[in-house]
Design a binder for this molecule. Structure first.
Ligand SMILES: [Zn+2]
Ligand SMILES: [Zn+2]
Length: 368
């Protein structure tokens, strides 16, 4: 049968997003169609518009959403029509070596579903019947989406879907980087470079983990205000304060225990590495351009035993982590309401991206 509905499409890089009616094919074996209720506007969507994340147009955006199941494909027993679900933007097969090791964010199947479903095909057609690519294999900046069963986590019906949507990217990526990847310890010191949607969630993850000092670094005063609201104990604006590394060393007595790069700029990755003390952990969360490289002094590496690591999707184990994060929200320990500072209709998507670039919002959310 399929369904028709609006979707936000990148037709051409660096041009406004086009909102068009598309046809969403019914789920095939192992797939599910979701009526999307809300979709977060993430910087990674914008990165597909400007080509930082090179997903080929024509591309339906969106990877941070929640909704209600409206059709279920053959062989899917664990999900039924009417279930509330949050989108996971990497399908996790449960069988590859990474899934078996308990690191499903690194799943081999997930690495294949970049702009199609895991089988390499699309479920989306435009008005002329031409196929459209799926951002991150999901394409949920749309009224309907057909996705693989492994891209869904069932959630409680009482949780507002516009809040649940954010668990799927910003919250999982940020809180997960602090708690799963770095395993921030109580009483520790943490520096966070970039206080956008991801950075704010690293900050609240560090606060949940009991970090004593949380230092947020950003060039925008408004984002530093958000950072304080999410648990930052100190803020640095390098625009006025100068070198943030010197300032972090001063505040922490020699360097932070953990530092996180949440922007995707090579020079800032180097600062993140420099900002931790001997034995400290520097975590790269931001996505740079594909050809970017970073230069680090090597002489001191053996003497300092620092750890430099990436964090993919907050080292997510969605079937465990999403319910835990939502339980923390329901007990008022995880800030989701405060994260949504503006809502938009899908027709207002270009204004939502403009606001994102201006740093107006903690997170903007499209309500379908
Ligand atoms: Zn995202
Ligand atoms: Zn796997």
């Amino acid at each position: 049968m399929g369904k028709r509905g609006k979707a936000a499409i990148v037709r051409e890089r660096n041009k406004p997003v086009s909102v068009e009616e598309v046809e969403v094919e019914s789920p095939r074996r192992g797939e599910v169609m979701v009526k999307i209720a809300a979709c977060g506007v993430c910087h990674s969507d914008f990165s597909a518009i400007n080509g930082t994340i090179p997903m080929p147009p024509p591309l339906v955006l969106g990877h941070e959403a929640a909704g209600v199941v409206e059709e279920v494909g053959e062989g899917v027993e664990e999900i039924a029509i009417g279930d509330h679900v949050a989108i996971v933007w990497i399908p996790m097969c449960g069988r590859c070596r990474y899934c078996v090791e308990g690191r499903p964010a690194l799943c081999d199947m997930g690495a294949k579903a970049v702009f199609t479903l895991p089988d390499g095909t699309s479920r989306l057609k435009d008005r002329e019947g031409k196929p459209l690519n799926h951002y991150a294999g999901v394409a949920v900046m749309a009224e309907h989406a057909t996705v693989h069963r492994d891209n869904l986590v069932k959630i409680g019906p009482a949780i507002p879907l516009d809040k649940a949507a954010l668990i799927g990217c910003a919250v999982m990526t940020g809180v997960g980087a602090a708690i799963n990847t770095a395993k921030v310890q109580p009483g520790s010191s943490v520096a966070v470079f970039g206080a956008g949607g991801i950075g704010l969630n690293v900050i609240q993850g560090a606060a949940l983990a009991g970090a004593e000092k949380i230092i947020a670094v950003d060039l925008e005063e408004r984002k530093l205000d958000f950072a304080r609201q999410f648990g930052a104990t100190h803020t640095i604006n390098p625009g006025s304060a100068g070198n943030p590394v010197a300032k972090i060393r001063e505040l922490t007595g020699g360097g932070a225990d953990y530092a996180f790069e949440c922007i995707g700029i090579p020079e800032v990755i180097a600062q993140t590495y420099d900002a931790v003390h001997k034995g400290g952990t520097a975590v790269v969360v931001g996505v740079t351009r594909p050809d970017a490289t970073v230069t680090l002094g090597t002489f001191m590496m053996p003497f300092q035993e620092k750890v430099l690591t990436g964090s993919m999707y907050g080292s997510a184990r969605p079937k465990i982590d999403f319910p835990r994060l939502l339980a923390l929200y329901q007990s008022n320990r995880l800030k989701l309401d405060e994260l949504v500072t503006a809502t938009y209709s899908i027709d207002e998507i270009n204004r939502a991206f403009e606001d994102m670039q201006k740093g107006v919002n903690a997170r903007g959310v499209l309500i379908m």
